[in-house]
Design a protein around this ligand. Sequence first.
Ligand code: T3D
Length: 271
Amino acid sequence: MSDPGAPAADRADGPSVVLAIADGVATITLNRPAALNALTIPMKERLLAALAEVHADARVRAVVLTGAGRAFCAGQDLKERLAPDPPPLDDELRLRYNPIVRAIRDLPQPVVAAVNGVAAGAGASLAFACDLRIAADTASFVLAFGRIGLVPDSGATWTLPRLVGAARASEMALLGDPVSAADALQMGLVSRVVPADALAAEAAAIAGRIAGLAPGATTATKRLLGGAFDHDLDVALAAEAAAQAAAGAHPDHAEGLAAFVEKRAPRFRGG
Ligand code: T3D
């Protein structure tokens, strides 16, 4: 993907968002390492386009979102905001950040955030929107919004309390202190921490395992978990029953049963 709208420095380093698809796994890499992958308008548009491409590609069964270089993403490019006539903040959220978060949540495929370094501001929000977060031991999360007189956005006020509870979310949002990978693991913000040089392989392995599952059941599981904090037990029970009926009627369920009794790996087809 070329990036004609990107600043010259970005073009020199290649496209600001790189999408690679192999073996059922799409890897989306934020790629402005010199600026810690801070998000410019062209980069946000490229990210949205990559997410749309992945959504439409039935071969893709799992997604990894990561950053190039030493950061995951430093959030909004603050230098872009200092340029003459930046777009109004609420327009930027409505037109770009919010659609990106919505696109991640609406993807049929689970998204693994491979947090390779600092995730700050909207960069942290992106990680919070993913289905799984695994982190390098060098990673950190910083809700940097307050330091520049802004409020947490891109869904962070919704996702973060659901991930870590109100008390920890409030500390992170109000104080803005960096949370280390070890602390993120302890508070349940990430599910695994691995040595930095093992992160890409670990993310690929997790995504590869997800890609080997029955895609319809995987999507339904993502949807069921995504709604978990929004309705009561009876609604959850009914939603599980409906999803199970659909999963059970799919040929992939029969394939899973056959593979079990034949003591072999299942070959799920999806569709
Ligand atoms: O449109 C809207 O504005 C609405 C949406 C807002 C959403 C948001 O995301 S608001 C929050 C924006 N992000 C931040 O406030 C984070 C700013 N960055 C930092 O606090 C620090 O850079 C980090 C904690 C992320 C990392 O610190 P450190 O010491 O490891 O690195 P550094 O030296 O600060 O940064 C390295 C380079 O990246 C540096 O460039 P230089 O001097 O080498 O040319 C720095 O300017 C650049 N950089 C880092 N973050 C950003 C950035 N450039 C532009 N925008 C950034 N956000």
